[in-house]
Design a protein around this ligand. Structure first.
Ligand code: FE2
Ligand code: FE2
Length: 166
């Protein structure tokens, strides 16, 4: 079983590319398609962020990763606030388009920061077996969240402050 498990870092990186492709699709969509494409992208972002905040970040919290993790949690908060706003907006509206552009840019920036700073540090800190265990735990949580009808609605309750770093 553990042989088939995915390394947490590889898993998160491939999800970054997947989410970026989904956001690009939303941007290029016809008005009639945008609402459902955005809902799917928002679900994916919510599940990814939640698995990082509940499993990955606490597991890789050390003195030398703490600053990057705290900055990442603030970036998550900003993404959640944008998502919460966008979920209440009309996807065919000009204002949606403008705010969505900010979300897309911030998501791309956040992914770049994780991949350039946090993940290289994690690769040095924890071995492959531990990373696979974490990957399995995150996937299980994401699958559990995916069973809910709309994982994205959860972000509306998480816009007050950044998640804590245990
Ligand atoms: Fe990420
Ligand atoms: Fe993240």
């Amino acid at each position: 079983m553990s042989d088939q498990a995915t390394d947490a870092v590889q898993m998160l990186i491939s999800q970054h590319r997947e989410m970026e492709a989904m956001l690009k699709q939303v941007k290029e969509s016809e008005d009639s398609q945008r609402k459902s494409l955005f809902a799917a992208a928002a679900d994916k972002l919510t599940m990814h962020i939640k698995s990082e905040e509940e499993i990955f970040y606490p597991a890789v919290h050390r003195a030398r990763t703490e600053d990057d993790l705290l900055e990442s949690l603030e970036e998550h908060l900003s993404l959640k606030r944008l998502l919460a706003d966008l979920l209440d907006m009309d996807p065919t509206d000009k204002a949606f388009e403008a705010k969505f552009k900010v979300l897309k840019e911030q998501a791309e920036h956040h992914h770049e920061e994780e991949e350039e700073k946090l993940f290289p540090a994690v690769l040095k800190m924890i071995d492959e077996e531990q990373r696979k265990t974490l990957g399995g735990q995150m996937l299980a949580l994401q699958e559990e969240l995916a069973m809910q009808s709309k994982p994205r609605v959860e972000v509306k309750n998480e816009t007050a402050s950044a998640a804590p770093l245990p």
